[in-house]
Design a binder for this molecule. Structure first.
Ligand code: GRF
Length: 188
């Protein structure tokens, strides 16, 4: 079994799709949900699905390796960031080389970097009058949104689009592709 930890702090809609996708999977298991927000919706989902959960705290995350020990105790092989905004510290990147992926709601390298998350991304895409947007799934390194790109797919935009409608189109792509791309990476 490949054991995945999902790190998520927001709505958790991608986390839910990933959990659903791997439910009863023969070789992949969602083994841990990690969040930096004790009230994140994704933690209730973890309870519903009986997946262990871990709430992490900033100082411990950056100044100690206690959470690495937790991940090792859960025998985690692979980490998925699904709406997790903290930069991943180098001790984790080093321990999980090419084994941490993130999803970004735009076509990197455009519209990425520190502070570019959530509605800010779609607002920037809209203001730039882009003709397309999309999703980027990439490996995680010590810089925001800069690891090697694994997968991208696009949606077209037109003048009737708004930041909200762009967000909806992009989220649909995330839900459709993120679980499958994770599976492809894990099974290759
Ligand atoms: C997604 O748009 C993802 O690209 C970004 O954070 C958002 C998470 O949404 N990294 P959700 O919490 O999975 O609904």
């Amino acid at each position: 079994m490949k054991r995945i930890a999902i790190f998520a702090s927001g709505r958790g809609s991608n986390a839910k799709k990933i959990i659903d996708h791997f439910e009863s999977h023969p070789t992949v298991e969602i083994s841990l949900i990690v969040s930096n927000k004790s009230k994140a919706a994704v933690l209730s989902l973890a309870d519903d699905r009986q997946i262990p959960k871990l709430v992490i705290e900033r100082q411990q995350f950056y100044q100690t390796k206690v959470y690495l020990a937790d991940l090792q105790n859960y025998k985690i092989d692979f980490i998925v960031l699904a709406g997790f905004l903290w930069l991943i510290p180098s001790y984790l990147v080093d321990h999980f080389p090419n084994k941490i992926v993130n999803i970004h709601p735009a076509l990197l390298p455009k519209f990425g970097g520190k502070g570019m998350y959530g509605s800010k991304v779609h607002q920037a895409v809209w203001e730039a009058q882009e003709k397309e947007s999309g999703i980027t799934i990439h490996y995680v390194n010590e810089e925001y949104d800069e690891g090697a790109i694994v997968f991208q797919t696009k949606c077209t935009l037109d003048e009737t689009d708004t930041p909200d409608s762009i967000a909806k189109k992009v989220l649909q792509l995330e839900h459709r592709y993120f679980p499958k791309v994770i599976e492809e990476i894990l099974l290759k």
